[in-house]
Design a binder for this molecule. Structure first.
Ligand code: GTP
Ligand code: MG
Length: 172
């Protein structure tokens, strides 16, 4: 499942490139409107969630991303991944760094309404192999399961990363 010969960075980049139709836009719209959008545009509008309604009390800017290619230069601060119906795919970037390998990651298993079992047992070994992965969460934009939790974990991963702050390759 996780080819060991993969460089971490390449692995992460490959996840992002494949992250189509996993529910990025639906997750954002479900968070904002508290209901599942039946019609979903390719990208949600940029939005800033004010500090006073976020658990960590920091304003959170959410930038959606759609299509092929990598938007690693994007403006903000979290990267999350989506495990969508057993397919291991990337969800979304909100990144403050140009270097993906320095970003904290969250693995997101969206569309949990479509399956009757949990994928956590599959995910946990992956999480343990990658110090970049802060946490994983199963959610559903459709039945609103774990949506606010997901954004909370994303905030937390950026504000209080548990991964190494020192990057051996960059020596900084
Ligand atoms: P791109 O922008 O095209 O890469 O897609 P995306 O990742 O933004 O996914 P989008 O939100 O457009 O959702 C893709 C499809 O999955 C749509 O038909 C959604 O209705 C559906 N979908 C999204 N989230 C869920 C979910 O939690 N459960 C189910 N059953 N369907 C979902
Ligand atoms: Mg989209």
């Amino acid at each position: 499942f996780l080819p060991p010969m993969y460089l971490k960075k390449d692995f992460l980049l490959s996840l992002i490139r494949e992250a189509t139709r996993v529910g990025k836009t639906s997750l954002i719209m479900s968070l904002v409107s508290e209901e599942f959008p039946e019609e979903v545009p390719p990208r949600a509008e940029e939005i800033t969630i004010p500090a006073d309604v976020t658990p960590e009390r920091v304003p959170t800017h959410i930038v959606d991303y759609s299509g092929n290619g990598c938007a690693i230069h994007m403006a903000y601060a979290i990267l999350w991944h989506c495990l969508s119906c057993k397919q291991y795919k990337t969800c979304y970037i909100l990144a403050s760094s140009n270097d993906i390998s320095l970003l904290p990651l969250i693995l997101v298993g969206n569309k949990s309404d479509l399956v009757e079992y949990s994928s956590m047992e599959t995910i946990l070994p992956i999480m343990n192999q990658y110090t970049e992965i802060e946490t994983c969460v199963e959610c559903s934009a459709k039945n609103l399961k774990n949506i606010s939790e997901l954004f909370y974990y994303a905030q937390k991963a950026v504000l209080h990363p548990t991964g190494p702050l020192y990057c051996p390759e960059e020596k900084e």
